[in-house]
Write a protein that binds this ligand. Structure first.
Ligand code: 13P
Length: 322
């Protein structure tokens, strides 16, 4: 493992003023997204969509990396070389036997070989998403631990082949829980994840954490304000995330593009922290542009303009400069 190379790439990804575009929707997820605009999920449509995003003029000013899905990495879509490529390495969250309502993410079998191939296809970083559900009696310690374990195995394997792992425990915002409940589940999960990362000898300066902001459930009656979200999120990180992790990149997790932007700004307004606090949004960056594109080439320029505008404001928010 070349630690310097890993640390340099991790730092590159979360450099000030830039963040990551998550465009690694699996076949099932992109089909769901295209359904919202009545578009069939064909290989050509999927390629055209990702190409539209990546060829948006000037976008590399704000985007340091893009996460692809297996198919997209192989499509070799042209992009500015300043945008480095990553790959979703897991094969999805599957029901955890004997634990109704909980999942464990799969994909460890043959992972070493797959990662080596992704490296040869140009990937410089990887991502693995674990999903933690809130609810009555959930999450259980067992679900947290099972996911923390596979995240650590994934991270160690990625570093072994020279790829920067993005370790992503997502404590879902779906539900009607309070911000306090979300904070407690997030803290417990992150503590467990970092314990396992340490046990499995993951080199923390050569990885990034991707996780949720701590917020009220999306269906909760009382919605915490951005400042409250920022305070709760930073308090959890201060207890659970070692200072040697160079950056934390947020997922948008069903927040509107506007809320994802405003909350990120509020978080960065709290001033300098031990980690870079950046973004790795999927829906919050793509949603508005997808609605305008509608699968029609004639809408390409308009969709790119909206995408550019959103990326630019998220990049400003990432510096607390909105
Ligand atoms: P969202 O920003 O749409 O939550 O997606 C980010 C992601 O990559 C989830 O794994």
């Amino acid at each position: 493992m070349n630690q310097n190379k890993l640390a340099k790439a991790a730092k590159y990804l979360c450099q000030p003023g830039k963040g990551i575009l998550a465009a690694d929707e699996s076949s099932g997820t992109i089909e769901k997204r295209f359904k919202t605009i009545n578009l069939a999920s064909t290989e050509t449509n999927r390629r055209n969509w990702r190409k539209l995003l990546l060829t948006t003029p000037g976008i590399s000013k704000f985007i340091s990396g893009v996460i692809f899905y297996d198919e997209t990495l192989r499509q070799k879509i042209k992009r500015d070389s300043k945008i480095i490529a990553g790959i979703k390495a897991d094969t999805g969250a599957k029901p955890l036997a004997a634990f109704p309502g909980e999942t464990v993410t799969e994909g460890l079998d043959g992972l070493h070989e797959r990662l080596a191939e992704y490296g040869s296809l140009g990937a410089q970083f990887t991502k693995w998403r674990a999903v933690i559900n809130l609810g009555k009696g959930l999450p259980t310690d067992e679900a947290i631990e099972a996911n923390a374990h596979v995240l650590a195995r994934f991270a160690a394997l990625s570093q072994e082949v020279g790829l920067v792992p993005i370790v992503e425990p997502e404590i879902l915002m779906e539900g009607s829980h309070t911000i306090q409940a979300h904070a407690a589940a997030s803290k417990k999960t992150l503590l467990s994840v970092f314990l396992k990362l340490k046990q499995f000898r993951v080199y923390l300066p050569g990885m990034l954490l991707k996780t949720n902001m701590v917020a009220s459930g999306l269906a909760a009656k009382r919605q915490a304000k951005p400042k409250e979200i920022a305070r709760a999120t930073l308090a959890v990180f201060k207890t659970a995330v070692p200072k040697t992790v160079p950056g934390i990149v947020f997922l948008s997790g069903g927040l509107s593009p506007e809320a994802a932007t405003i909350n990120l700004n509020a978080i960065n307004r709290f001033g300098s922290q031990p980690w870079q606090l950046s973004f790795s949004y999927g829906r919050a960056l793509q949603g508005e542009a997808l609605a305008i594109w509608h699968g029609q080439n004639q809408n390409k320029a308009a969709a790119q303009a909206v995408f550019f505008k959103r990326v630019k404001s998220v990049a400003l928010a990432r510096q607390g400069r909105l």
